[in-house]
Design a protein around this ligand. Structure first.
Ligand SMILES: [Zn+2]
Length: 422
Protein backbone atom coordinates (compact mmCIF):
# COMPACT_ATOMS: atom_id res chain seq x y z
CA UNK A 1 0.00 0.00 0.00
CA UNK A 2 1.24 3.49 -0.88
CA UNK A 3 1.83 5.62 2.23
CA UNK A 4 -0.23 8.64 1.27
CA UNK A 5 0.46 10.81 4.32
CA UNK A 6 4.09 9.76 4.91
CA UNK A 7 5.25 10.20 1.29
CA UNK A 8 7.39 13.15 0.21
CA UNK A 9 6.45 15.41 -2.70
CA UNK A 10 8.75 13.61 -5.18
CA UNK A 11 7.23 10.27 -4.20
CA UNK A 12 3.73 11.65 -4.73
CA UNK A 13 4.70 12.74 -8.27
CA UNK A 14 6.26 9.30 -8.91
CA UNK A 15 3.06 7.62 -7.77
CA UNK A 16 0.90 9.85 -10.01
CA UNK A 17 3.12 8.90 -12.97
CA UNK A 18 3.00 5.22 -12.04
CA UNK A 19 -0.83 5.27 -11.91
CA UNK A 20 -0.91 6.99 -15.34
CA UNK A 21 1.15 4.10 -16.76
CA UNK A 22 -1.25 1.68 -15.05
CA UNK A 23 -4.21 3.39 -16.78
CA UNK A 24 -2.51 2.97 -20.18
CA UNK A 25 -1.68 -0.68 -19.41
CA UNK A 26 -5.31 -1.27 -18.36
CA UNK A 27 -6.50 0.29 -21.64
CA UNK A 28 -4.21 -2.08 -23.57
CA UNK A 29 -5.63 -4.97 -21.53
CA UNK A 30 -9.20 -3.90 -22.35
CA UNK A 31 -8.28 -3.66 -26.04
CA UNK A 32 -6.89 -7.23 -26.03
CA UNK A 33 -9.99 -8.59 -24.27
CA UNK A 34 -12.33 -6.70 -26.61
CA UNK A 35 -10.50 -7.94 -29.72
CA UNK A 36 -10.59 -11.56 -28.51
CA UNK A 37 -14.29 -11.21 -27.69
CA UNK A 38 -15.02 -9.85 -31.19
CA UNK A 39 -13.04 -12.70 -32.74
CA UNK A 40 -14.88 -15.34 -30.69
CA UNK A 41 -18.26 -13.83 -31.50
CA UNK A 42 -17.46 -13.63 -35.20
CA UNK A 43 -16.37 -17.29 -35.32
CA UNK A 44 -19.42 -18.50 -33.36
CA UNK A 45 -21.77 -16.53 -35.60
CA UNK A 46 -20.03 -17.67 -38.79
CA UNK A 47 -20.41 -21.29 -37.61
CA UNK A 48 -24.10 -20.63 -36.98
CA UNK A 49 -24.49 -19.36 -40.57
CA UNK A 50 -24.85 -15.65 -39.79
CA UNK A 51 -23.75 -13.71 -42.91
CA UNK A 52 -20.52 -11.71 -42.49
CA UNK A 53 -22.21 -8.34 -42.73
CA UNK A 54 -24.47 -9.22 -39.80
CA UNK A 55 -21.77 -10.66 -37.53
CA UNK A 56 -20.91 -8.85 -34.27
CA UNK A 57 -24.06 -6.75 -34.48
CA UNK A 58 -24.81 -5.28 -31.10
CA UNK A 59 -21.34 -6.06 -29.74
CA UNK A 60 -20.43 -2.36 -29.61
CA UNK A 61 -23.43 -1.88 -27.31
CA UNK A 62 -22.25 -4.71 -25.04
CA UNK A 63 -18.75 -3.22 -24.80
CA UNK A 64 -20.26 0.20 -24.08
CA UNK A 65 -22.40 -1.15 -21.22
CA UNK A 66 -19.44 -3.03 -19.70
CA UNK A 67 -17.36 0.18 -19.83
CA UNK A 68 -20.20 2.46 -18.63
CA UNK A 69 -19.89 4.42 -21.85
CA UNK A 70 -22.26 5.62 -24.58
CA UNK A 71 -23.02 3.27 -27.53
CA UNK A 72 -21.17 5.61 -29.91
CA UNK A 73 -18.02 5.33 -27.82
CA UNK A 74 -18.62 1.57 -27.57
CA UNK A 75 -18.31 1.43 -31.35
CA UNK A 76 -15.10 3.41 -31.19
CA UNK A 77 -13.65 1.13 -28.49
CA UNK A 78 -14.50 -1.95 -30.55
CA UNK A 79 -12.93 -0.60 -33.76
CA UNK A 80 -9.91 0.63 -31.81
CA UNK A 81 -9.38 -2.75 -30.15
CA UNK A 82 -9.55 -4.85 -33.31
CA UNK A 83 -7.28 -2.48 -35.28
CA UNK A 84 -4.77 -2.21 -32.47
CA UNK A 85 -4.56 -5.89 -31.55
CA UNK A 86 -4.66 -7.41 -35.04
CA UNK A 87 -2.93 -4.75 -37.15
CA UNK A 88 -0.93 -2.31 -35.02
CA UNK A 89 1.34 -4.21 -32.61
CA UNK A 90 3.77 -1.31 -32.05
CA UNK A 91 1.02 1.13 -31.07
CA UNK A 92 -0.40 -1.54 -28.74
CA UNK A 93 3.03 -2.03 -27.14
CA UNK A 94 3.44 1.73 -26.70
CA UNK A 95 0.06 1.85 -24.96
CA UNK A 96 0.92 -1.14 -22.80
CA UNK A 97 4.10 0.46 -21.43
CA UNK A 98 2.51 3.87 -20.94
CA UNK A 99 4.33 5.71 -23.77
CA UNK A 100 0.88 6.49 -25.18
CA UNK A 101 -2.41 7.22 -23.41
CA UNK A 102 -5.57 5.50 -24.60
CA UNK A 103 -6.69 8.73 -26.29
CA UNK A 104 -3.38 9.25 -28.16
CA UNK A 105 -3.42 5.62 -29.34
CA UNK A 106 -7.02 6.24 -30.50
CA UNK A 107 -5.85 9.28 -32.50
CA UNK A 108 -3.23 7.15 -34.31
CA UNK A 109 -5.76 4.41 -35.06
CA UNK A 110 -8.25 7.03 -36.28
CA UNK A 111 -5.78 8.66 -38.67
CA UNK A 112 -4.83 5.26 -40.10
CA UNK A 113 -8.43 4.12 -40.53
CA UNK A 114 -8.56 4.96 -44.25
CA UNK A 115 -5.45 2.91 -45.11
CA UNK A 116 -5.09 -0.68 -46.34
CA UNK A 117 -3.88 -3.23 -43.78
CA UNK A 118 -0.29 -3.16 -45.18
CA UNK A 119 -0.13 0.64 -45.10
CA UNK A 120 -1.56 0.66 -41.65
CA UNK A 121 1.16 -1.75 -40.48
CA UNK A 122 3.76 0.50 -42.09
CA UNK A 123 2.36 3.57 -40.28
CA UNK A 124 2.29 1.61 -37.01
CA UNK A 125 5.97 0.67 -37.32
CA UNK A 126 7.12 4.11 -38.46
CA UNK A 127 5.32 5.88 -35.65
CA UNK A 128 5.60 3.58 -32.66
CA UNK A 129 8.43 1.04 -33.19
CA UNK A 130 10.78 3.47 -31.46
CA UNK A 131 8.79 4.64 -28.47
CA UNK A 132 11.38 7.27 -27.52
CA UNK A 133 10.16 9.19 -30.62
CA UNK A 134 6.78 9.58 -28.89
CA UNK A 135 8.34 11.39 -25.94
CA UNK A 136 6.82 14.80 -25.37
CA UNK A 137 4.32 14.63 -28.25
CA UNK A 138 0.92 16.11 -27.38
CA UNK A 139 -2.43 15.27 -29.03
CA UNK A 140 -1.93 17.74 -31.88
CA UNK A 141 1.56 16.61 -32.84
CA UNK A 142 0.57 12.93 -32.60
CA UNK A 143 -2.35 13.59 -34.96
CA UNK A 144 -0.20 15.67 -37.34
CA UNK A 145 2.51 12.98 -37.56
CA UNK A 146 -0.02 10.19 -38.18
CA UNK A 147 -1.79 12.30 -40.82
CA UNK A 148 1.47 13.10 -42.57
CA UNK A 149 2.53 9.42 -42.70
CA UNK A 150 -0.92 8.32 -43.91
CA UNK A 151 -0.86 10.93 -46.66
CA UNK A 152 2.61 9.88 -47.80
CA UNK A 153 1.60 6.19 -47.88
CA UNK A 154 -1.69 6.63 -49.75
CA UNK A 155 -2.72 10.16 -50.78
CA UNK A 156 -5.76 8.88 -52.69
CA UNK A 157 -7.21 7.17 -49.57
CA UNK A 158 -6.82 10.37 -47.54
CA UNK A 159 -8.61 12.40 -50.23
CA UNK A 160 -11.45 9.86 -50.41
CA UNK A 161 -11.73 9.92 -46.66
CA UNK A 162 -12.10 13.70 -46.71
CA UNK A 163 -14.93 13.31 -49.26
CA UNK A 164 -16.64 10.81 -46.97
CA UNK A 165 -16.18 13.08 -43.95
CA UNK A 166 -18.13 15.74 -45.83
CA UNK A 167 -21.17 13.44 -45.84
CA UNK A 168 -21.04 13.42 -42.03
CA UNK A 169 -21.81 17.14 -41.71
CA UNK A 170 -24.35 17.78 -38.96
CA UNK A 171 -25.64 20.13 -36.25
CA UNK A 172 -25.67 19.20 -32.56
CA UNK A 173 -26.60 20.92 -29.30
CA UNK A 174 -25.39 20.38 -25.75
CA UNK A 175 -26.01 22.23 -22.51
CA UNK A 176 -23.52 24.83 -21.27
CA UNK A 177 -23.37 26.16 -17.68
CA UNK A 178 -25.71 28.99 -16.55
CA UNK A 179 -28.71 28.12 -18.75
CA UNK A 180 -26.70 28.53 -21.97
CA UNK A 181 -26.25 26.07 -24.85
CA UNK A 182 -23.48 25.21 -27.28
CA UNK A 183 -24.75 24.79 -30.84
CA UNK A 184 -22.14 23.04 -32.99
CA UNK A 185 -22.22 22.91 -36.77
CA UNK A 186 -19.87 20.34 -38.33
CA UNK A 187 -19.06 21.60 -41.83
CA UNK A 188 -16.41 21.06 -44.50
CA UNK A 189 -13.43 23.26 -43.62
CA UNK A 190 -14.01 25.87 -46.35
CA UNK A 191 -17.67 26.34 -45.42
CA UNK A 192 -16.89 26.46 -41.70
CA UNK A 193 -14.27 29.15 -42.29
CA UNK A 194 -16.76 30.96 -44.55
CA UNK A 195 -19.46 31.03 -41.86
CA UNK A 196 -17.00 32.26 -39.25
CA UNK A 197 -15.68 34.96 -41.60
CA UNK A 198 -19.24 36.15 -42.33
CA UNK A 199 -19.95 36.48 -38.60
CA UNK A 200 -16.68 38.36 -38.07
CA UNK A 201 -17.61 40.73 -40.90
CA UNK A 202 -20.93 41.41 -39.17
CA UNK A 203 -19.02 42.22 -35.99
CA UNK A 204 -16.59 44.49 -37.88
CA UNK A 205 -19.45 46.58 -39.29
CA UNK A 206 -21.65 46.81 -36.19
CA UNK A 207 -21.05 49.62 -33.74
CA UNK A 208 -23.22 49.45 -30.62
CA UNK A 209 -22.81 48.56 -26.97
CA UNK A 210 -22.45 44.82 -27.73
CA UNK A 211 -19.12 42.99 -27.70
CA UNK A 212 -17.81 41.29 -30.88
CA UNK A 213 -18.74 37.86 -29.49
CA UNK A 214 -22.26 39.07 -28.71
CA UNK A 215 -22.73 40.51 -32.20
CA UNK A 216 -21.48 37.28 -33.80
CA UNK A 217 -23.81 35.12 -31.67
CA UNK A 218 -26.81 37.41 -32.33
CA UNK A 219 -26.07 37.48 -36.08
CA UNK A 220 -25.89 33.67 -36.20
CA UNK A 221 -29.26 33.46 -34.40
CA UNK A 222 -30.88 36.06 -36.67
CA UNK A 223 -29.67 34.56 -39.95
CA UNK A 224 -30.58 31.00 -38.97
CA UNK A 225 -34.03 31.65 -37.47
CA UNK A 226 -34.94 34.76 -39.45
CA UNK A 227 -35.96 36.50 -36.21
CA UNK A 228 -34.47 39.46 -34.39
CA UNK A 229 -32.17 38.28 -31.60
CA UNK A 230 -33.12 41.15 -29.27
CA UNK A 231 -36.71 39.92 -28.90
CA UNK A 232 -36.99 37.01 -26.50
CA UNK A 233 -39.26 34.54 -28.20
CA UNK A 234 -38.30 30.92 -27.81
CA UNK A 235 -39.11 28.95 -30.92
CA UNK A 236 -41.29 25.98 -30.01
CA UNK A 237 -39.64 25.21 -26.68
CA UNK A 238 -41.21 22.42 -24.71
CA UNK A 239 -40.84 22.70 -20.97
CA UNK A 240 -41.81 20.54 -18.02
CA UNK A 241 -42.25 22.58 -14.85
CA UNK A 242 -43.94 21.85 -11.54
CA UNK A 243 -47.03 23.88 -10.68
CA UNK A 244 -45.29 25.11 -7.51
CA UNK A 245 -42.36 26.42 -9.56
CA UNK A 246 -44.66 27.98 -12.16
CA UNK A 247 -46.57 29.89 -9.47
CA UNK A 248 -43.36 31.02 -7.78
CA UNK A 249 -43.82 28.99 -4.60
CA UNK A 250 -40.86 26.73 -5.26
CA UNK A 251 -37.48 26.94 -6.98
CA UNK A 252 -37.09 23.44 -8.37
CA UNK A 253 -35.53 23.59 -11.86
CA UNK A 254 -37.74 23.05 -14.91
CA UNK A 255 -36.71 20.67 -17.71
CA UNK A 256 -36.51 21.73 -21.36
CA UNK A 257 -36.96 18.87 -23.83
CA UNK A 258 -33.72 18.10 -25.67
CA UNK A 259 -31.70 20.34 -23.37
CA UNK A 260 -32.07 19.46 -19.69
CA UNK A 261 -32.77 21.39 -16.47
CA UNK A 262 -32.87 25.19 -16.30
CA UNK A 263 -33.20 27.35 -13.16
CA UNK A 264 -36.77 28.12 -11.98
CA UNK A 265 -36.32 31.90 -12.40
CA UNK A 266 -35.16 31.47 -16.03
CA UNK A 267 -38.13 29.17 -16.74
CA UNK A 268 -40.62 31.67 -15.27
CA UNK A 269 -39.09 34.48 -17.32
CA UNK A 270 -39.37 32.43 -20.54
CA UNK A 271 -43.02 31.68 -19.81
CA UNK A 272 -43.71 35.27 -18.85
CA UNK A 273 -42.18 36.54 -22.11
CA UNK A 274 -44.10 34.01 -24.17
CA UNK A 275 -47.40 34.89 -22.51
CA UNK A 276 -46.89 38.64 -23.08
CA UNK A 277 -45.66 38.25 -26.65
CA UNK A 278 -48.57 38.57 -29.11
CA UNK A 279 -46.78 36.38 -31.65
CA UNK A 280 -46.26 33.45 -29.28
CA UNK A 281 -48.77 30.88 -28.21
CA UNK A 282 -48.25 29.16 -24.89
CA UNK A 283 -50.20 26.04 -24.10
CA UNK A 284 -50.32 24.08 -20.88
CA UNK A 285 -50.85 20.41 -20.50
CA UNK A 286 -51.51 18.82 -17.15
CA UNK A 287 -49.42 15.82 -16.13
CA UNK A 288 -49.73 13.64 -13.06
CA UNK A 289 -47.01 12.26 -10.89
CA UNK A 290 -47.08 9.73 -8.11
CA UNK A 291 -47.52 11.43 -4.72
CA UNK A 292 -44.67 9.47 -3.09
CA UNK A 293 -41.99 8.95 -5.75
CA UNK A 294 -42.76 11.86 -8.06
CA UNK A 295 -42.74 9.46 -11.03
CA UNK A 296 -44.69 10.65 -14.04
CA UNK A 297 -47.74 8.38 -14.11
CA UNK A 298 -50.22 9.94 -16.50
CA UNK A 299 -50.92 12.80 -18.82
CA UNK A 300 -54.19 14.74 -18.69
CA UNK A 301 -56.38 11.73 -18.00
CA UNK A 302 -55.57 8.05 -17.94
CA UNK A 303 -58.44 7.29 -20.25
CA UNK A 304 -56.93 9.42 -22.97
CA UNK A 305 -53.69 7.51 -23.39
CA UNK A 306 -53.69 6.35 -26.99
CA UNK A 307 -50.73 5.89 -29.34
CA UNK A 308 -49.94 9.53 -30.17
CA UNK A 309 -50.40 10.71 -26.59
CA UNK A 310 -48.57 7.61 -25.39
CA UNK A 311 -45.52 8.58 -27.48
CA UNK A 312 -45.64 12.09 -25.95
CA UNK A 313 -45.96 10.57 -22.49
CA UNK A 314 -42.87 8.38 -23.07
CA UNK A 315 -40.91 11.43 -24.32
CA UNK A 316 -41.72 13.31 -21.13
CA UNK A 317 -41.13 10.35 -18.83
CA UNK A 318 -37.84 9.14 -20.34
CA UNK A 319 -36.42 12.52 -21.52
CA UNK A 320 -33.57 10.81 -23.43
CA UNK A 321 -32.66 7.32 -24.69
CA UNK A 322 -33.20 4.78 -21.90
CA UNK A 323 -30.13 2.64 -22.60
CA UNK A 324 -27.76 3.13 -19.63
CA UNK A 325 -25.04 5.75 -20.31
CA UNK A 326 -26.64 6.79 -23.65
CA UNK A 327 -27.78 10.42 -23.56
CA UNK A 328 -28.95 10.58 -27.17
CA UNK A 329 -32.35 12.10 -27.97
CA UNK A 330 -35.37 9.79 -28.29
CA UNK A 331 -36.12 8.78 -31.89
CA UNK A 332 -38.17 5.63 -31.38
CA UNK A 333 -41.02 4.76 -29.08
CA UNK A 334 -40.31 1.14 -28.81
CA UNK A 335 -42.02 -1.94 -27.46
CA UNK A 336 -39.64 -3.34 -24.81
CA UNK A 337 -41.28 -6.70 -25.30
CA UNK A 338 -41.87 -6.84 -29.08
CA UNK A 339 -45.43 -6.76 -30.35
CA UNK A 340 -45.02 -10.13 -32.09
CA UNK A 341 -44.04 -11.72 -28.76
CA UNK A 342 -47.17 -10.45 -27.07
CA UNK A 343 -45.82 -7.08 -25.92
CA UNK A 344 -48.58 -4.53 -25.38
CA UNK A 345 -48.74 -0.93 -26.58
CA UNK A 346 -48.65 0.58 -23.12
CA UNK A 347 -46.69 3.02 -21.00
CA UNK A 348 -45.07 0.20 -19.04
CA UNK A 349 -43.96 -1.71 -22.14
CA UNK A 350 -43.04 1.48 -23.99
CA UNK A 351 -39.47 2.72 -24.07
CA UNK A 352 -37.85 5.85 -25.48
CA UNK A 353 -34.78 4.84 -27.48
CA UNK A 354 -32.35 6.49 -29.87
CA UNK A 355 -32.02 5.07 -33.37
CA UNK A 356 -28.75 3.30 -32.63
CA UNK A 357 -29.93 1.59 -29.42
CA UNK A 358 -33.24 0.59 -30.96
CA UNK A 359 -31.30 -1.22 -33.67
CA UNK A 360 -28.95 -2.87 -31.13
CA UNK A 361 -31.88 -4.05 -29.02
CA UNK A 362 -33.36 -5.86 -32.04
CA UNK A 363 -30.27 -8.04 -32.53
CA UNK A 364 -30.49 -11.68 -31.37
CA UNK A 365 -29.66 -12.35 -27.72
CA UNK A 366 -30.81 -8.96 -26.41
CA UNK A 367 -33.82 -8.68 -24.17
CA UNK A 368 -35.45 -5.80 -22.33
CA UNK A 369 -37.89 -6.23 -19.45
CA UNK A 370 -39.81 -3.26 -18.12
CA UNK A 371 -41.69 -2.78 -14.86
CA UNK A 372 -43.46 -0.05 -12.96
CA UNK A 373 -43.22 -0.32 -9.19
CA UNK A 374 -46.00 0.56 -6.72
CA UNK A 375 -44.89 4.20 -6.66
CA UNK A 376 -45.05 4.51 -10.45
CA UNK A 377 -41.27 4.43 -11.03
CA UNK A 378 -40.54 2.88 -14.43
CA UNK A 379 -37.47 0.64 -14.82
CA UNK A 380 -36.05 -1.22 -17.78
CA UNK A 381 -33.63 -4.11 -17.44
CA UNK A 382 -31.39 -4.76 -20.46
CA UNK A 383 -30.05 -8.32 -20.81
CA UNK A 384 -27.19 -8.75 -23.30
CA UNK A 385 -26.25 -11.96 -25.20
CA UNK A 386 -23.69 -12.82 -22.46
CA UNK A 387 -26.50 -12.62 -19.86
CA UNK A 388 -25.17 -9.44 -18.26
CA UNK A 389 -27.92 -7.23 -16.89
CA UNK A 390 -28.05 -3.45 -16.79
CA UNK A 391 -30.85 -1.39 -15.32
CA UNK A 392 -32.16 2.04 -16.19
CA UNK A 393 -34.78 4.02 -14.28
CA UNK A 394 -36.84 6.86 -15.74
CA UNK A 395 -35.65 10.22 -14.40
CA UNK A 396 -37.80 11.90 -11.72
CA UNK A 397 -40.16 14.70 -12.72
CA UNK A 398 -39.20 18.22 -11.66
CA UNK A 399 -40.46 19.39 -8.25
CA UNK A 400 -41.15 17.90 -4.86
CA UNK A 401 -43.75 15.16 -4.82
CA UNK A 402 -46.77 16.24 -2.82
CA UNK A 403 -47.92 13.81 -0.19
CA UNK A 404 -51.50 15.04 -0.09
CA UNK A 405 -53.73 12.88 -2.20
CA UNK A 406 -56.74 15.16 -1.86
CA UNK A 407 -57.39 17.45 -4.80
CA UNK A 408 -55.11 15.15 -6.70
CA UNK A 409 -55.54 16.76 -10.06
CA UNK A 410 -54.79 20.24 -8.88
CA UNK A 411 -52.14 19.62 -6.27
CA UNK A 412 -49.92 17.21 -8.16
CA UNK A 413 -50.40 18.45 -11.67
CA UNK A 414 -47.29 19.45 -13.54
CA UNK A 415 -47.72 22.08 -16.15
CA UNK A 416 -46.22 21.61 -19.56
CA UNK A 417 -45.79 24.79 -21.48
CA UNK A 418 -45.34 24.69 -25.21
CA UNK A 419 -44.45 27.75 -27.18
CA UNK A 420 -45.22 27.91 -30.84
CA UNK A 421 -44.66 31.01 -32.84
CA UNK A 422 -48.04 32.05 -34.22
ZN1 LIG B 1 -29.34 5.23 -27.15
Amino acid sequence: MFDLTGAGEAELIDEIARLERTKSAAAAGQARLTAVLADKRRHAEAAAGVPRAKQCRGLAGEVALARHDSPTRGGRHLGFATALVFEMPHTLAALECGALSEWRATLIVRESACLSVEDRRALDAEMCADISALDGLGDKRITARAKEIAYRLDPQAVVERAAKAESERTVTIRPAPDAMAYLSVLLPMAKGVGVYAALRRAADTTFDERSRGQVMADTAYERITGRPAQVADPVAVEMMISDETLLGGDDTPAVIAGYGPIPAAVARRLIDNAVRDQRSRATLRRLYRHPKSGALVAMESRARIFPKALAKFIDLRDQSCRTPYCDAPIRHHDHAQPHHRGGTTSAVNGLGECEHCNYTKETPGWQVNTTTDETGVHSAEFTTPTQHRYRSTAPPTPGQPTIEITELEVRIGIALAQYDAA
